[in-house]
Write a protein that binds this ligand. Structure first.
Ligand SMILES: [Zn+2]
Length: 297
């Protein structure tokens, strides 16, 4: 859990344990979630194409001019073999275990458009500069450079590359879906919210939403402990000195949040200006404070 020290006015009286109002967008500035697209911003058609991409709607490789994978497809077999070799305790050993794993991926990947791109899909990705692994070379001296003369990877190459590297991300999905919508004359964006996912009462409402920014609490002479796991809220009263805050932090009444006095003092001295995060034993610089608590602070 993250903690930080803030310097606030001595009479600062924002409620303890409540998110500072300056960090929360007021309701009147919030847009209303578009019910038509459920906030996603896509048209029905584009939403369905995304579902095909991820295998959340019925898809067959043949529908996109591709060939179903089998466990023997070299990239599938190699992927399964790597999984099995890494975790023999989990998967078992030998060809039977590899075959079972290869079958599992075959079944899953044959239901996903992302594993079965066609030429038009590939062209869209190349156009968007999304397949550098296949269209460019990289060297330390000159970085990424296009292969000369330019190459257009085949769908088979791209589909195999994706299995080897799990290369497609959400951006690739949106690029391919957008291109497909353009080719097929389908609407890409939700007509009701123009793709924003939110509805506005008018231009003024939208402008106010976009203009809103977080406001930090006022600064001053006082010392206060904040938690930063939520948007940020005060945890302690405001004290006139760092010593008083350290005493408060090391008072047995803090219960779970108690820390030894010297640790509290060091935390305040080191970190009053920084956001300090400790989790699972990972500790950022200068924060023995976190380490002593084994990550549950
Ligand atoms: Zn919408």
């Amino acid at each position: 859990m993250g903690r930080e020290i803030k310097r606030v006015p001595l009479d600062f009286d924002a409620p303890i344990g409540k998110v500072w109002t300056g960090y929360v967008m007021p309701d009147e500035h919030c847009g209303q979630r578009c019910g038509t697209c459920e906030g996603g911003g896509y048209s029905q058609a584009a939403k369905r194409l995304h579902d095909l991409w991820y295998g959340n709607a019925p898809f067959r490789p043949e529908d996109n001019g591709s060939v179903p994978l089998t466990p023997e497809t070299p990239a599938v077999w190699a992927f399964a073999e790597r999984n099995v070799t890494r975790s023999p305790d989990y998967y078992g050993q030998g060809e039977h275990a590899i075959r079972r794993e290869a079958q599992r991926f075959t079944d899953m990947w044959n239901r996903q458009w992302s594993q079965h791109l066609n030429e038009a899909d590939v062209a869209a990705l190349v156009e968007a500069g999304r397949l550098y692994d296949l269209t460019h070379t990289w060297t330390r001296d000159s970085g990424w450079q296009p292969i000369d003369p330019p190459v257009m990877p085949t769908p088979e190459q791209v589909n195999e590359w994706n299995i080897r590297t799990l290369g497609h991300d959400a951006i690739n999905a949106s690029v391919v879906v957008r291109a497909r919508c353009e080719r097929d004359g389908l609407e890409l964006l939700c007509p009701d919210c123009d793709g924003e996912g939110s509805l506005w009462r008018g231009e003024q409402h939208k402008a106010a939403h976009e203009a809103w920014t977080r406001t930090e609490p006022p600064s001053g002479e006082g010392w206060q402990l904040w938690e930063t796991v939520s948007e940020g809220s005060p945890m302690s009263p405001v004290f006139a000195t760092a010593d008083e805050l350290a005493s408060w932090m090391s008072d047995p009444e803090r219960g779970r949040d108690w820390v030894p006095g010297d640790v509290a003092a060091k935390f305040i001295a080191d970190g009053w200006a920084a956001t300090l995060v400790g989790s699972g034993g990972d500790v950022m610089s200068g924060v023995e404070f976190m380490g002593t608590r084994g990550g549950d602070v």
